[in-house]
Write a new protein. Sequence first.
Length: 270
Amino acid sequence: MDNKPNPPRDTFSGKVVGTIGASALLAGLLAFIVIPTVTGREDGLDVFTALCRAIGLTVEAPSPVNGHTAGSTVALDPATSALLAGGDPEKGAVIAGDVCVSCHLTNGDTSDPNTIPTITGQSARAIYKQLRDLKTGARESEVMKPIADGLDEKQMSDLAAYFGGLSPRNFDNPEVIAISERTRALIEKGDASRALPACAACHEARAGGPWEAPNLTGQYPSYIDAQLKAYAEGKRRNDLYARMRIIAKKLTPQEMRELSAYYNAPAYPF
Ligand code: HEC
Ligand code: HEC
């Protein structure tokens, strides 16, 4: 017979409460201090700005850090949703005809597929996000910066409604391209051995990815390739949480070429 008394109940519940309390404290520290500080540094944010963003305060793009501009300050909050919902495509069409036509034509396609992306039927959220980042300097482009500087928030949402409302661009590469099984698997399933998620999980309409993920189908290969390189080298740094920089750094140049070709042509085998 074991006559040892049971431990008093209050000691036991004290331990439970203590453990829960310690876990909550740890989770809080991680969520509001450690993770924002570390990811903020990746985005070139100082600690104060990173902490403000973690608790939901929007802070405008701070001045450049280490020669780099800070990350994106766009957030999908109720104000942004309302702004986008109020976009007027007719007003957008007028600005497009005045300002964008020489490069993106009036139908959103391109006057130079080697350097200028198509934006026809691009998601309105992606268009707005990019215009705003180009204006704050979170995304750097000598060509687009002065143009974005001339647009206010309402005009950006009108342009997003206009170009986003056009039909998406179809594949125009008549060649059926062959891509390696490995790259196809990367697009559709990801690559667990490199901790790479499937591109298809985030891109394309209804993919269910982050709200600002652009559609890639019909985009010109040289543009996709250039953007993947820019993310990999950290020259494009406006992706929230460094999502694309982390992915692109793991891709080989050959994979980038195949991925770019894939989004502009039907792939074999179907
Ligand atoms: C002088 C040429 C030119 C004009 C005019 C121009 N753009 Fe651009 N646009 C570009 C180039 C070049 C890029 C790609 C920048 C880069 O490589 O980072 C671009 C990129 C963009 C992007 C980002 C697309 C993406 O998929 O990331 C958007 C959105 C955009 N432009 C919208 C507009 C709108 C709206 C207007 C008119 C208000 C406009 N642009 C006027 C040349 C131009
Ligand atoms: C976790 C979601 C996610 C995954 C997985 C993902 N992307 Fe992205 N991607 C995004 C988001 C969000 C953006 C917009 C970033 C920004 O704001 O600049 C983006 C942007 C891009 C762009 C720039 C497009 C433009 O119009 O400027 C390219 C190219 C791209 N991704 C290619 C890929 C490829 C190829 C893969 C697979 C190897 C992939 N992405 C996987 C979320 C994702």
